[in-house]
Design a protein around this ligand. Structure first.
Ligand code: ZN
Ligand code: ZN
Length: 161
């Protein structure tokens, strides 16, 4: 059975320190608003839509970190450019955002084909290794240079089942 849990335990690094490093490399400023977005994504156990990020930012205690839609778009773009955040796609046409896999740790997603809900899924290490060696073999015989794999499970979430 695939287990769902927080990612923080997988990759043992300080998320903000790593994101800050990426900002510095790109000569961009890791502003408070950008830090607030990263914190929201870090606390979530699944990718978030623009609407969800806005809603969650409304609930922040510090008003200074409340994000308006126009600035969220701009900041997400920069976060994507420096390699802090990545955009992922479900079965609907909404963009969802999560921390870059290098920061968050390797994982997969379960997608609901009815409502578009997207959950993180972590495959047990042993199976992950088996998948990797199988894919490496398949790639090799096709003369394909494999960098990584992406696997989604598509079905219906608890609400839509
Ligand atoms: Zn659903
Ligand atoms: Zn995998």
């Amino acid at each position: 059975m695939a287990k769902l849990h927080q990612h923080k335990k997988i990759v043992n690094l300080d998320v903000h320190l790593e994101v800050n490093r990426r900002f510095a490399q790109n000569n961009q400023r890791y502003s408070m608003k950008r830090q607030a977005i990263v914190t929201l994504l870090e606390k979530s156990n699944r990718p978030l839509t623009i609407t969800e990020i806005l809603q969650r930012s409304q609930n922040l205690k510090s008003n200074k970190n409340v994000i308006v839609q126009s600035s969220l778009y701009r900041n997400l773009l920069v976060l994507e450019e420096v390699g802090a955040v990545q955009r992922v796609f479900s079965t609907d046409d909404l963009s969802r955002y999560e921390l870059n896999e290098e920061i968050l740790g390797h994982h997969h997603h379960m997608l609901c084909s009815v409502c578009g809900d997207m959950r993180d899924m972590i495959i047990p290490q042993q199976l992950e290794e088996k998948i990797n060696s199988t894919f490496a073999h398949l790639a090799k015989v096709s003369g394909f240079k494999l960098d990584k794999h992406r696997i989604d499970l598509v079905g219906r979430c608890k609400k839509c089942a």
